[in-house]
Write a protein that binds this ligand. Sequence first.
Ligand SMILES: N[C@@H]1[C@@H](O)[C@H](O)[C@@H](COP(=O)(O)O)O[C@@H]1O
Length: 299
Amino acid sequence: MRLIIREDYDEVSSYVANYVKERINQFQPSAERPFVLGLPTGSSPIGTYKKLVELYKAGELSFGHVVTFNMDEYVGLPRDHPESYHSFMWNHLFKHVDIKPENVHILDGNAPDLDEECKKFEAEIARVGGIELFLGGIGPDGHIAFNEPGSSLTSRTRVKTLAYETIIANARFFDGDVSKVPKLALTVGVATVMDAREVCITITGAHKSIALAKCIEEGVNHMWTVSAIQMHPKGLVVCDEDATLELHVKTVKYFKSIEHVHHSLIGAENLSLQGGVKQLRVPAPNTARPATPLNGPYE
Ligand SMILES: N[C@@H]1[C@@H](O)[C@H](O)[C@@H](COP(=O)(O)O)O[C@@H]1O
C-alpha cells in the first residue's frame, strides 16, 4: 500500500485527478475495451471532479470510452432530489464531460426490488470485466462507501442501515436536520471495492486523522472498513497534512521518503503527477517577528 501526503485538499484533488488522467490515457480505452472507473460521492471528491472537468476541457482527457460505477445511493430519496447521489454525480462531473449516459451506473435506491437491484449491479460489473480503478473517500468512522463499522470485509453490493455517526455526518447536506437523512442506502461491498485492480482512497481533514491512523498503522479490522486496503496489491491512499495528525512521525517520514527516493530515481523532469515535487520541500522556517515583544518561553 502506498500513502501519498500532500499539503492540503486542493493538492490532494490535483494529485488524484492527474492520477486518474494518467491511468485512463495509459489504458488507451476503446469502445471494445473501455476503462472501468469506480466513483464516490461526498465532499472529498468534489475537488477531484472539478479538476477532471478542467482536464477534459483542456483536451487532456476524454470520458468517451469510460464506464463508471458509483459506490452507493440513498434508499427512497427521489432520483432528482438535490442530495441524491444521481444528482451529485451529474452536477459535479457527468454533465460537464463527454461520458455516454449509458456508460454510467448508479444504484437505484427506488428500485421495486432492492436486493435484485444490488445483484444486477454486481453482475454488470462482472459483465464489463471488473473495475480497473476504484476511487473512494471515507467517513470519519473509517467506512468506505456505506460499509459501516462491523461490515463484513467480504461484503458485496447490498442494502445497508446507516450508522448514527454517518447520519449525523451527512445531516450537513440536509439542512443540518438528522431526521431528513435517509436511514438506508444501497452500497457496494468492501469486497466489491477491493476486487478492483487498483483502489485509490482520498482522506483529508483533521476529523479523519484517527481513521487514517487505523487504516495505515493498525490491523485489518471490520470496525474500520477502509483498513481492508492493506490487503490490496495496488492500494493507494492520498491524504493531506491535517489527516496525518494521528500518525507516528516515523510513518509519515517513511512514506514521504518513498516518494523522495522514487523522484530521485526517475528525475523530477519525468514526474507526470503534478505537484509531486513541490510538496516534498521542507517548509522554510517562519522568521517573521511578531509586532509586540513576547515573554516566552512558550514551550
Ligand atoms: N457514502 C459516502 C462515502 O462514500 C463517503 O466517503 C463519505 C465521506 O464523505 P465526505 O467526503 O463528505 O467526508 O460520505 C458518505 O458516507
